[in-house]
Design a protein around this ligand. Structure first.
Ligand SMILES: Cc1cc2nc3c(=O)[nH]c(=O)nc-3n(C[C@H](O)[C@H](O)[C@H](O)COP(=O)(O)OP(=O)(O)OC[C@H]3O[C@@H](n4cnc5c(N)ncnc54)[C@H](O)[C@@H]3O)c2cc1C
Length: 415
């Protein structure tokens, strides 16, 4: 404990991460692996829903650098082809677009994994790091001061940190403490999630049916199983979630045009009201936001957590550089560096996904023509299609970061 912490009577850390969802756990591991003294305030509770994540682009490399990927690789399904099918039944329909990873020289686009398995592996890795202190608790009060941020937990523990990472999701306490306003737009859509087994193999093809109410996506899981994200108007989503297993299996089979053969739904369904959330800043007052505290998007193109993992990688990069040069990791210039690393990625993806969603829902004929023409161009012009594929995986301007900042350091290695 140093002089500042003795004076304040609290434990002081270089970084405190608040929130133990996938973005927070990944950030805490990456930060501890830079050698920064790191605390994680997160309740240890079983993962509460059946969502899966299509890990794309650099996400797998990042999880590899965190020592997490080898623990889950065998539990994830390879994604090699992505099909977009216009199922709007409208007069003007887009042609089917088929993206294949071979076309851009990859063996896979990424891997689909159940979130509960990803979380379990992240928890396991976090528990191994001596430089990462875990508080099975929640942050109750967060007060940024000049040199540190003071944190009080629900169990009455006092901590302070030079930098706080707000990984506390949509209702972020950290965001409020940093005085960051958020622009929120509720979408008149909800996503129903459930997993299925099916009689025909998926052949590692993910298929997105575009309906008038939103996309319905069938994403491969290991074996003859897939995860389903079915976006619909809230009333229809409520109707779907209330169906019996047999009725929902039949509805999913009809919606999938039987491409997966006979469908049987597995136990467990969840409904997520959709919104777009854009905080005005991503970092301020010694607090940096990651994951859904920093951006919320509808589940189109599997971007949300992939962006959250890039947030985690980038903040770890900034902290590693600050520590190496003896600088304060929570200083305004560090927060600025983080904000400029994240700005274009978050803004461009939010814009593109919003437009893609709006164009699907629009009953406006010129908009439908524009959407059909755009998809026709992407489907038929090779270089454009390859550009779309690469951009869908990760921003092209982003330099590969594996090996920088969050690889295991001797201090963090537990073996
Ligand atoms: C239907 C659906 C499908 C999706 N599919 C994909 C996909 O295929 N690919 C993809 O990349 N993304 C996908 N996403 C997005 C992805 O699920 C989210 O981006 C991701 O789960 C957000 O993780 P997070 O850690 O930021 O937030 P959360 O998972 O919400 O975690 C926040 C954590 O903080 C905790 N917390 C809150 N307040 C406090 C406090 N005061 N103190 C301590 N802890 C606190 C909460 O309890 C929670 O555990 C999808 C989203 C939806 C809705």
């Amino acid at each position: 404990m140093n002089a500042a912490s003795e004076a304040s009577g609290s434990d002081i850390y270089d970084v405190v991460v608040v929130g133990g969802g996938p973005a927070g756990l990944a950030a805490a591991i990456a930060l501890a692996q830079t050698g920064a003294t790191t605390a994680l305030i997160a309740r240890r509770v079983p993962y509460a829903d059946n969502r899966t994540t299509a890990l794309l682009g650099g996400s797998v490399d990042f999880l590899q650098a965190l020592g997490v990927w080898p623990r889950i690789k065998d539990k994830a399904a390879e994604l090699q082809v992505m099909r977009l099918v216009d199922d709007t039944g409208r007069l003007i329909r887009a042609p089917e677009v088929r993206f294949s990873c071979n076309e851009i020289g990859l063996d896979v686009f990424g891997y689909n994994i159940e979130n509960r398995l990803l979380l379990a592996a992240l928890e396991q890795r976090a528990a191994e790091l001596p430089g990462l202190t875990r508080f099975d608790d929640e942050a109750a009060a967060i007060s940024p001061q000049d040199d540190v941020v003071a944190i009080h937990t629900g169990h009455g523990k006092a901590l302070s940190a030079r930098l706080v990472i707000g990984a506390d999701g949509r209702q972020s306490l950290c965001r409020g403490a940093a005085d960051i306003e958020v622009k929120r737009r509720e979408l008149n859509q909800a996503a129903l999630t459930f997993n299925i087994s099916h009689s025909r193999p998926h052949r590692n093809v993910s298929t997105e049916f575009h309906t008038r109410q939103g996309p319905c996506v069938f994403v491969p899981l290991p074996g003859d199983r897939s995860s389903v994200v079915w976006v619909a108007a809230p009333k229809d989503a409520e109707r779907l979630i209330a169906l019996s297993d047999d009725e929902l299996s039949e509805a999913a089979e009809t919606q999938s045009h039987s491409i997966l053969g006979r469908i049987t739904v597995e136990p467990g369904r969840h409904l997520f009201p959709l919104s777009i959330e854009q905080p005005r800043q991503i970092a301020q007052r010694r607090i940096a936001l990651v994951g859904e505290a920093a951006h919320v998007l509808p589940p189109i193109g599997a971007q949300g957590l992939n962006m959250g993992l890039r947030d985690a990688a980038d903040i770890a990069d900034v902290v590693r550089d600050a520590m190496a040069s003896g600088e304060d990791p929570g200083a305004p210039q560090m927060l600025k560096r983080y904000a400029s690393a994240r700005r274009a990625d978050v803004a461009s993806r939010t814009f593109v996904i919003d437009i893609a969603n709006r164009s699907l829902l629009s009953a406006f004929l010129p908009m439908q023509s524009l959407r059909a023409a755009g998809l026709h161009l992407i489907g038929s012009i090779g270089p454009l299609r390859r550009f779309a594929m690469r951009e869908g995986l990760a921003p092209s301007w982003r330099s590969p970061r594996v090996g920088r900042g969050f690889t295991e350091t001797p201090a963090s290695r537990s073996e």
